[in-house]
Design a protein around this ligand. Structure first.
Ligand code: C2E
Ligand code: CA
Ligand code: CA
Ligand code: CA
Length: 272
């Protein structure tokens, strides 16, 4: 990949997507070289409905592009995955999140992990190193998508097994958007399910509410913890509380914010 990026020639008939992917790749490499200025990790509070306080945060990458301003991860994670840069980018996020989490001993920190990162043996080594550096395994959570878990053959399966052996928590992100049916819940090797925002959004409809209630019931019956994502309204919150969801996350509580804002929230008497 390295060599390829140095000499890229664009011909007029070249696919626009290809061009912009190369461009993103080049700029992301510059961003990594200038990470103190261009990259930042924001944190979104995760709120426990049992404890009525903030119990964790999800780390979300932010790119302050020198010309384009703030670029959303949705616009560059895919191209970082396609070019392999996600391995370096993901390692940077993980290290930063663990570093920032030192200031919040009572919080769990959840980090998004691309399946491509899991293919590299180095990933488990990095996690092991970070655990030796002081963060306890139960405070670190890795968010994986179904694609990652489904592709859990060979290297990825080994990595997952090693991570769980280390005691790190694994969450299935965006639950419901992939291929797995409800009946798969009992086979999934994770500690937690994150119910996708699209489902939370639909709880004001009869089928939507029934679906979320079924997910919560089945997950609980299988000993899984549940976090609902994208909670925006008091009605959604009341519903999730009633059906027994453990934790919630969404704009109703807070948008993703910079690390120092999390520290300020914790300093408030309400603890969040
Ligand atoms: P995700 O993991 O599903 O993260 C949740 C996304 O939903 C975040 O978008 C968050 O800002 C947004 N969100 C949270 N609460 C609400 C809400 O109440 N309403 C609405 N409309 N949105 C809400 P964000 O930060 O733009 O991230 C988008 C995606 O990019 C993430 O989805 C994740 O898949 C990926 N991503 C972000 N950071 C990383 C990273 O460090 N590594 C990897 N591999 N992927 C990342
Ligand atoms: Ca996530
Ligand atoms: Ca998600
Ligand atoms: Ca998502």
């Amino acid at each position: 990949i390295e060599g390829r990026s140095r000499y890229v020639f664009f011909t007029p008939d070249m696919d626009l997507d290809v061009r912009s992917r190369e461009e993103t790749y080049r700029e992301l490499r510059l961003a990594l070289a200038d990470c103190d200025r261009q990259l930042e990790v924001h944190y979104q509070p995760i709120w426990s409905l049992e404890k009525n306080r903030m119990v964790g945060v999800e780390a979300l990458l932010r790119w302050q592009h020198p010309e384009q301003g703030l670029v959303a991860p949705g616009d560059f994670i895919r191209s970082a995955e396609e070019t392999g840069l996600i391995t370096v980018l993901g390692e940077w996020v993980l290290r930063r999140a663990v570093q920032d989490a030192r200031a919040w001993p009572d919080l769990r920190v959840a980090v998004n992990v691309s399946p491509i990162q899991l293919r590299s043996r180095k990933f488990v080594d990095i996690v092991r190193e970070l655990l030796q550096g002081g963060i306890s395994a139960e405070r670190l959570e890795l968010e994986l998508t179904e694609t990652a878990l489904m592709a859990a053959s060979g290297d990825v399966a080994d990595a997952l097994a090693d991570l769980r052996q280390l005691g790190v928590c694994c969450a299935l992100d965006d639950f419901g958007t992939g291929y797995s049916s409800l009946s798969h819940i009992r086979d999934i090797a994770v500690d937690r399910i994150k119910i996708d925002r699209s489902f939370v959004n639909a709880v004001d409809t009869v089928p939507g509410a029934a679906l979320v209630e079924a997910i919560v019931g089945l997950a609980r019956a299988n000993g899984l913890r549940l976090t609902a994502e994208g909670v925006e309204t008091p009605d959604q919150l009341a519903f999730l509380q009633r059906v027994g969801c453990h934790e919630v996350q969404g704009y109703l509580f807070s948008r993703p914010v910079a690390a120092d804002a999390i520290s300020r929230m914790l300093a408030r008497p309400s603890g969040g």
